[in-house]
Design a protein around this ligand. Sequence first.
Ligand code: ZN
Length: 177
Amino acid sequence: MAIRDVIRMGNPILRKVAEVVPVDEITSDAMKELVQDMFETMNAEQGIGIAAPQIGVSKQVAIITIPSEEGKEDPDSSPVIVVFNPKISVIDEELQGFWEGCLSVPGLRGFVERPRKVLIEYYDHQANQQKIEVEDFLATVFQHELDHLFGQLYVDRIKDITKLSYNEEFQEFHTED
Ligand code: ZN
């Protein structure tokens, strides 16, 4: 188990469609170790989600923290969902915008609009098929993380490039946006 290096925008691994994990490999020791490393790396970097390509492993695995009811994003107390081989479908096409950040694009934030409600079909860490419907901010979190499995970054989805900002300038100029 280890905290791994997070690769950054510009590394071509982040631009590849990640490999589907064969269902009979989901419960393997190698996958358990990968998920554990992702969990430790996410916590060390204080992220709320991370995808395997972000630690240089081009496989369709992501973990996402479900915020606790108070809306806090404390990864120590919030459940984490492990997602293998997801398929995503839009339930409500109405767009909602949030300022997103990414461990692979450190220091920046950008305003991205995405569908407000989506359905994700996936395999969990025990290789059971699951479905989850998510909306509002959590829908954005899922779409952001799952984009990583298909070679996309949030910066690709910024429509108004004036809404890409360094964190400090975001705090100073954009918190009302
Ligand atoms: Zn990201």
